[in-house]
Design a protein around this ligand. Structure first.
Ligand SMILES: Nc1nc2c(ncn2[C@@H]2O[C@H](COP(=O)(O)OP(=O)(O)O)[C@@H](O)[C@H]2O)c(=O)[nH]1
Ligand SMILES: [Mg+2]
Length: 169
């Protein structure tokens, strides 16, 4: 029986959720729902933001497929995550080392929001690896370094999550 792994992509504003989908899809079969950012203080960080669901479908191993559902990070759009949650089996939580001091609190906040398997993609564009002080490294949620310019590093994150999911559904 062929399997479609349905995976949500979550995380705070501008952590790199849309970038994760762009990177692992290689731009193929990927669809985005970005609009100009309305809040002035956020527009300084980036110009567009996901307002609904970014989506890609891709071939996986052994004839299986992966569907990725990228959600908005902003609180006033949290209804989209509520809608995605019943569909997906697990989550990639995307966080950035740009604000490394916030990583641990983000992990705790987001992991508790979604009681399903989670793997953390920690965006480390400077190849610095995972900062040693992050206490969650010691716990049950895997944290993997993710370099958006390297498609394979995103695929490794997905592999780690798929390992946690049942072979049949
Ligand atoms: N290096 C790189 N950065 C990007 C690209 N697209 C967006 N960014 C930046 O990456 C960060 C994450 O953006 P985005 O993926 O839209 O965040 P999201 O809100 O989590 O979906 C922001 O600081 C963007 O300005 C890209 O193609 N390459
Ligand atoms: Mg986005």
């Amino acid at each position: 029986m062929k399997r479609v792994y349905k995976i949500g992509v979550i995380g705070p504003f501008a952590s790199g959720k849309t970038l994760f989908i762009k990177s692992v899809s290689g731009g193929k079969n990927a669809y985005f729902t970005e609009k100009p950012v309305s809040e002035a203080h956020r527009r300084k960080i980036k110009e567009t933001t996901t307002v609904a669901i970014d989506f890609t479908h891709m071939e996986w191993y052994n004839g299986n497929k992966v569907h990725l559902y990228g959600t908005p990070g902003q609180e006033h759009l949290s209804g989209i995550l509520e809608m995605v949650d019943p569909v997906v089996e697990g989550y990639v939580l995307v966080l950035s080392t740009d604000h490394v001091e916030k990583v641990d609190s983000h992990i705790q906040q987001w992991v508790h929001r979604v009681p399903k398997p989670v793997v953390i993609a920690l965006r480390t564009e400077d190849h610095s690896g995972i900062p040693e002080h992050i206490p969650w490294l010691q716990r049950e949620v895997p944290v993997l370094p993710w370099d958006p310019s390297d498609r394979k590093s995103g695929v490794e994150v997905l592999k780690k999550l798929v390992e946690k999911l049942p072979e049949t559904r």
